[in-house]
Design a protein around this ligand. Sequence first.
Ligand code: GLC
Length: 642
Amino acid sequence: MNQAALHQLLMSRKQVTEITTEDPYYEQRLATNLSLISSLFFSLYPESNNAFKKLVSKLDELFKERPKVLKNLDLERLNAGNWYQSEQLVGMQLYVDRFAKDIPDLETKIPYFEKLGVNYLHLMPITTRPKGENDGGYAVNSYHEIDPKYGTKKDFERFTKKARSKNMLLMLDFVVNHTSDEFVWAKEAAAGNKEYQEYYYTFPNRAIPDQYEQTMPEIFPESAPGNFTYNEAMGSWVMTCFNKYQWDLNYKNPLVFIAMLDNLLKLANMGVDVVRFDALAFLWKKLGTQSQNLPEAHQLISLFRMCLQVIAPGVILLAEAIVAPKNILKYFGEDGLEGNECEVAYNASLMALLWNSVATTKTSLLHKSLMEIPSKPKNATWINYIRCHDDIGLGYDDEFIWAMDWDPYNHRKFLLEYYTSNLAWTPARGMMFMYNPKNGDGRITGSTASLLGLEKGIYENNHTIIKTAVSKILMLHGIILSYGGIPLIYAGDEIGTLNDYSFKDNDDYKDDSRWVNRPIQDWGVVKQLTKRDTYNSQIFNGLQKMIKLRKALPLLADTNNLFIHPSANPHIFVFERKGLKNSVWVFSNFDKNLQAISIAWLQSVGFNLENNKDLISDLMILPDAYNNMQIAPYQHLWIVTE
Ligand code: GLC
């Protein structure tokens, strides 16, 4: 039983649903979590008694600040239990200023979300940031002041109120690892204030930075090599793992933790339901290590979690840990922390493996890797996605690539070439991101549609390529809609948006090819959706239909009922969402040819083909003359069996 379950249990003893002057459960939650909070705190900050006292009074202060309407929602959520595992949730990720003009304009787009069936929005950073380069807002000048280009605090309040009234959830980023160099603490530090210099990793000379560099990898080796930047004003080196204007916070200082908890709550109090913990793998740095995924980082995240749970138990955390599969799971909390870290994590492994299957037409690496990942705790869930605003990293386990009889170096080289159009036959139109000639590492950028061939098809006016691309787009989305977890559609993908090459002419963006997949939403195309049968409308309608189906299938709620079957055909990915009486079976053919699975094999895994209808196409699926079930190229089936 994790801490959240304990709160639920204790709460059921006193039936108070409306907060009056004081929340009777606050004290109870504090008492329940305090021992865990103190053991986490003192293992990170031994001997810091004063800081601990400060933290406890901070909790009281922050609870008082929480708006009453959100306190009520917190109690509702606690009562409801694992609300985030529901099949009713369907998300979309977007840049407010690229999808709409600003926050008030975004409000006018709510009917569009409703039409598609989206009820969970991830708004990319909207708080103040430096002018010019700012990593798409991931260099923050404030954690809660809305950047005027998006609107005012009032606009945002109105938006969240409206979204809440429509049962729409909101996810915002908490850029927990770093601030911008214009953040008030960074400015103080640069001006010589010693107290704030200790909020960051600052060093008078290269001695320690050079030691760190020996083991810390580079995140942006092309545009921001190294992990330290010299600050003239301060006369010191400051740790900057990402870009030179993003200063890493020094969580070895307990005051940084307390101040960041304050920022976290201010963000949560803006009406945020899910907090995206950005780049959380980097939170703790240690000489002689990669300074990623360290045990102390997990303790720190759990400490944030346990404090947030006392103050705002309805708010949950999403781990943005784009790391090796076995490391991602650790962000749900393991051993003593199981269930007490993040409730949700990006399923980066599934995402990267799907792209591998598209390029190779095979599902064996996908299957092997997913089967080897230990199961997640039962209170946890995934964000399943295909594309987002970032690049696609080829984070596969080398051991599994070898098991396919592929050489990992050559295999990654093939994938990079396939997706960056370096092979004559590839339909993909992507770009290279952060290629490192020293080791051949590189990542891929590009929109879903362009990576799946739509751009090439349109350019060559080739209807077969276009049709194939549409099928692939729908198949990948069908997988994230049925896999188990919250599907997150990347805005623009619902209408097949292609790469946007205009970033090359923008000085602030040109060194970062991730901007090729951060397009401006084309509302002209949206207007035409119901008027003409185009590839855009086929994609939109296909998604709309699958979303509707998802919401009508309670088996698709993430109750840890996912069973991945080793397919008898190497091109077909088969999984089952199993219930007590019936199951939803999902089949996807990653090959350009028609593929078959034998009925005998299907029966051996418990699937009986008799009078089965594919819910997506509404067509009956019948055995062929050889007693096989046939699946068309890139066909994606959802079949309910009794
Ligand atoms: C996350 C964001 C990415 C950003 C990085 C640094 O990975 O998704 O866009 O560059 O954090 O904040």
